[in-house]
Design a binder for this molecule. Structure first.
Ligand code: SF4
Length: 224
């Protein structure tokens, strides 16, 4: 593991290199904050292309609103989101999320956004089906709160580089980014999106290290 100064240098250097290599990613691909919230649940263990199909189904059924999802029969909701997989579990998660939104914030996302990040994060984590990655995705991408999102791609890339161990906790990873980057929603937004891009383009299960923009600073370059 690196000392604090070189760790900070690495976290910032990696961001610069990824941004140079791939450019801005324009995340999150959604039209409204509520759509981001729904997408954040549907993308659990699902490819984004399948999430898009589920969201399109909701839009066609005019069901992409808290009230519509709350009032819709469970079987109809699970049918609409079927393309995203685990549709019965995810339908239950969506119902829980919209009931929470209605009971606590009268479906008003601006009202929800006025709550301090840490308190809102605790509230979201208490909702059925919302774990740290989903909560932070909602906070960052729907509400513009400065929380860094950690996912399996982040763990894979940064452990290969040598900054972490893959089994380090979510909180450990989040602290690595949040203590070494300036608190900047735009950077947090872009960095996570770039990590996802890099995991798909180069650092996938069988990494393509030749030509990787991080190969000069990666301790696993060419070893896998
Ligand atoms: S050099 Fe290879 S292992 Fe390292 S980040 Fe790039 S693709 Fe991943």
């Amino acid at each position: 593991m690196k000392d604090d100064k070189s760790e900070q240098l690495s976290v910032n250097t990696i961001y610069d290199r990824l941004l140079d290599a791939y450019g801005p990613q324009h995340w999150w691909p959604a039209q409204t904050p509520f759509e981001v919230m729904i997408g954040a649940v549907l993308t659990q263990s699902a490819a984004w292309t399948n999430v898009e199909k589920a969201i399109t189904n909701l839009k066609k059924a005019q069901a992409l609103s808290p009230g519509a999802i709350r009032n819709m029969p469970f079987s109809e909701l699970s049918g609409l989101i079927k393309p995203s997989g685990y549709y019965n579990v995810k339908a239950r998660k969506l119902k829980s999320l919209v009931y929470w939104l209605g009971e606590n914030y009268s479906d008003d996302i601006e009202q929800m956004s006025a709550v301090k990040s840490n308190k809102l994060r605790e509230e979201l984590l208490a909702v059925y089906g919302i774990g740290p990655e989903t909560a932070d995705s909602i906070l960052l991408y729907a509400l513009g709160k400065p929380l860094f999102v950690i996912d399996a791609y982040t763990k894979r890339i940064f452990s290969r580089i040598g900054l972490t161990n893959e089994d380090d906790s979510y909180n450990y990873y989040q602290k690595l980014f949040m203590s070494n980057l300036a608190t900047d929603v735009i950077v947090f937004n872009e960095y996570h999106a770039l990590i996802v891009k890099h995991a798909k383009e180069a650092c996938n299960k069988k990494p393509v290290c030749g030509g990787c923009c991080l190969s000069q600073i990666c301790s696993h370059s060419g070893k896998i």
